[in-house]
Design a protein around this ligand. Structure first.
Ligand SMILES: Cc1ncc(COP(=O)(O)O)c(C=O)c1O
Length: 402
């Protein structure tokens, strides 16, 4: 097998490459690639269960994944049934604009119509689509650090560079400093509650930023993918404010609380003009025929959502108590369904702790790949009680011999 690090083309020696020994030659593919695409580095994520299985010898299904913060109960049974029933429709194209799902979601929020909604192949698709549609040459996007890494990749893919706002020790956005950095930018990405810090942006700060952005024609891409795990979700969401803020785009996902992670489906809410731009520029049939009915059923299954929120709230309290017993852990009470922990005092790096945990079949998120963080932060999802007990026991064991 070829060494994986070996470059495909030796750019310095050959100006043409021969393929398959057939005498067909052409310029090296590398030389044909757009510069911004050459610069792209894939973003690192949690949930690398398959890599972890290869490394440890566990089967992927034997690994307990605390690195991915999704519904520990999995999706609604009704959603799975809907996906199964839709199997007999896969011979036809799906509805390209997911109209039925848009209608269902719109009727859930007062003052919204389906024209305020776009459905996507995972919410990540909308980060890329939004940056591609709105960032013109030379324009800047402001991104807090640390936060979800795909905002940066989406900006870089357009050929433009992000401007970072370091949150500093407080891991909160200082409104005045942030507003100073906003001057002259075209687009701001915000994540509420934030991944990986699990903290909400205080409402007064969020509104202050939105008003300031509106006054300067700055677009705000507000990722609320984890907000459904927060008790006061309805009052904290900015969905109700899209008419007041024509510069606002709110992101939601079926990956997190709905647990339809592998079906890849998310959505965005904004004024009709923004939605029209995105609907025109997205690829056709972006959301498949199983995901659309599954999402409708999941959205309507309020009992499953209530059960999930009850479990998360109880287990968050239990985990908070248990994790507080580790004297070498520093963390704040989480707002979302995951804990963000500074482990520097343990004497281990996040990578070292991750590998000790993996030997026990448990995957945690080493956060050192997040821009703005050092190698001493981990992220842990809230799961079921039995799973959380296993986590705590494995952490105790991993830290015993430090
Ligand atoms: C804050 C945030 N937004 C979006 C996503 C991506 O979600 P989706 O699966 O809907 O693409 C993630 C995934 O981890 C995330 O952490």
């Amino acid at each position: 097998m070829e060494h994986p690090d070996k470059p495909l083309y030796d750019l310095h020696q050959k100006e043409t490459v021969e393929f398959s020994g057939l005498g067909n030659t052409m310029k090296p593919i590398h030389s044909l690639v757009k510069e911004n695409i050459k610069q792209i580095k894939p973003c690192i994520h949690g949930a690398e269960v398959y890599g972890a299985a290869e490394e440890t010898g566990f089967k992927p299904e034997e690994i307990l994944d605390f690195s991915s913060s999704v519904n520990p109960l999995g999706p609604s049974k009704k959603a799975l049934e809907a996906a199964k029933s839709a199997l007999n429709t896969v011979a036809a194209y799906p509805d390209s604009n997911s109209n039925m799902l848009r209608q269902v979601i719109a009727s859930h929020f007062s003052g919204l119509s389906k024209n305020n909604l776009i459905i996507s192949n995972g919410s990540t698709e909308l980060m890329y689509l939004f940056a591609e549609a709105f960032l013109k040459k030379g324009e800047k996007a402001l991104i807090p650090a640390p936060t979800f890494g795909e905002y940066e990749s989406a900006v870089r893919k357009t050929g433009e560079s992000p401007k970072f706002f370091r949150m500093g020790k407080s891991l909160q956005i200082d409104a005045e400093a942030f507003k100073r950095e906003m001057v002259g930018v075209k687009l701001v990405f915000l994540c509420n509650p934030n991944n990986p810090t699990s903290k909400l942006i205080p409402q007064d700060i969020l509104l202050d930023i939105l008003e300031n952005a509106l006054a300067q024609d700055i677009l705000v891409f507000l990722d609320e993918d984890f907000l459904e795990f927060v008790e006061e979700e309805k009052s904290l969401s900015m969905i109700k404010s899209i008419n007041k803020f024509p510069n606002l785009f709110v992101l939601r996902s079926f990956t997190k609380i709905f647990g339809l992670t592998g079906l890849r489906i998310g959505y965005g809410i904004a004024n009709e003009e923004i939605i029209d731009v995105l609907l025109c520029s997205k690829i056709p049939w972006n959301v498949n025929s199983l995901a659309q009915p599954a999402a409708i059923a999941a959205f309507n299954d309020e009992d499953h959502l209530k059960l999930t929120c009850k479990l998360i709230n109880e287990e968050k309290k239990w985990l908070q108590q248990e994790l507080s017993q580790f004297e070498t852990f520093s963390f704040c009470a989480p707002d979302a369904n995951f804990f963000f922990i500074d482990i520097q005092k343990t004497g281990l790096t996040a990578n070292a702790l991750k590998h000790r945990m993996l030997k026990q079949g448990i995957l945690i998120r080493d956060c050192s790949s997040f821009n703005g963080l050092n190698e001493f932060y981990i992220r842990i999802a809230v799961k079921t009680h039995e799973e959380n007990e296993r986590l705590i026991n494995a952490l105790k064991y991993s830290l015993k011999s430090v």
